[in-house]
Design a protein around this ligand. Structure first.
Ligand SMILES: [Cu+2]
Length: 354
């Protein structure tokens, strides 16, 4: 039974499970009947026993039977399946709408009714991935900022993508929807019990396809509202903080410490922790023309990305000081030693829509 589908935690996932089981049992019965008759006939009416083959070629009775019986079985299966499918597709009257955007290799969540959006990144440390320490129970299934939704309410998901095709899959909600660039797919859920539910990207989307998990926390509505109030407050303060930062200078040390952390979470997947990239696929930054060359060009690439490549525009993903720290880090780590210190104010000039 461990190999069977999950029953999930929503009414829809329960009906999907039941549907799966009903059709599975129908298939078992058909299998037993068909193979039973076949093997019984082969054994009891074999040639060595002197059996003469019957001839029912062009028998109207048989032809009607073997058309009618499968037809009836198919209709009987289509009824409950269609009912469930229609229910799954009905995204009307949602209490909350969340836009889910896949991008290489992370998820972005935006709450329509609230002033809140954020990226959700893999939280499993590199040391676990490279077998330097023991793997934890939720290896590759943990994120820094999970999606939080209320229990007992209808939550609608609008699923899309920034780059290639991803797929947002949470088995316990019975949701698996492709995230296509330029399209919006809809799904919905109503989770009955509070809890932590995990999923993964289910459409091969490139090198780190296995490194963009999904974690959804379902909280009681009161707790959800409390969480939402806290988060919007934090987001508001962070914006105010950004403005203050523009007139402040961080020390080289602070920038390097923060830079290493942010680099490892956001850049190391492609450019690697040692800054050497993957030859032929992702350029290295150690001794590179970008990291040692013009600071402005370097900032521009980090903030606005590089069209036609996997290099994303990080300006909309990270805070000013994180971006300043990344650029400072890349210019001084791995023996790059340019001595350049980049501050938040320098980054701000390159943000297109701020
Ligand atoms: Cu993906």
């Amino acid at each position: 039974m461990r190999l069977n589908m999950t029953q999930g935690v929503t009414d829809i996932s329960a009906s999907v499970y039941n549907l799966h089981m009903i059709i599975f049992y129908i298939c078992c019965v058909i299998g037993i009947v068909v193979f039973g008759i076949m093997f019984w006939s082969i054994i009891h009416h074999r040639k060595s026993k002197g059996a003469k083959p019957a001839n029912f070629h062009e028998s109207t009775k048989v032809e009607i039977l073997w058309t009618a019986i499968p037809f009836v079985i198919l209709i009987a299966m289509a009824f409950p399946a269609t009912k469930t499918l229609i229910e799954m597709e009905d995204t009307t009257d949602a209490d909350l709408t969340v836009q889910v955007t896949g991008s290489q290799w992370k998820w972005h969540y935006r709450y329509f009714e609230h002033d809140l959006d954020y990226y959700s990144l893999l939280a499993t440390p590199q040391s676990e991935i490279h077998n330097k320490i023991a793997k934890s129970a939720n290896y590759l299934l943990e994120v820094d900022r999970p999606l939080v939704i209320p229990t007992g309410q209808k939550v609608r998901f609008l699923i899309t993508s920034d780059d290639v095709i991803h797929s947002w899959w949470v088995p316990e909600f019975a949701i698996k929807k492709d995230a296509n660039p330029g399209f919006i797919n809809e799904a919905w859920t109503r989770v009955n019990e509070p809890g932590i539910y995990r999923g993964q990207c289910a459409e091969l989307c490139g090198k780190d396809h296995g490194f963009m998990p999904i974690v959804v926390i379902a909280k009681e509505p009161a707790e959800f509202n409390k969480w939402m109030a806290e988060q919007t407050e934090i987001a508001k303060n962070a914006k105010a903080e950004e403005q203050k930062l523009l007139s402040m200078n961080m020390s080289m040390e602070e920038l390097m410490t923060l830079g290493e952390k942010v680099y490892n979470a956001n850049c190391a997947a492609c450019h690697q922790q040692n800054g050497q990239g993957i030859p032929g696929v992702f350029p290295g930054l150690k001794d590179s023309a970008i990291a040692l060359g013009d600071v402005k060009e370097h900032i521009n690439i980090v903030v606005n990305g590089k069209a036609g490549t996997a290099m994303q525009a990080f300006g909309k993903q990270l805070a000013l000081k994180d971006l300043a720290a990344i650029v400072t880090y890349e210019r001084n780590a791995w023996g790059n030693n340019t001595g350049d210190v980049v501050q938040a104010a320098a980054i701000n000039e390159f943000l297109v829509d701020k």
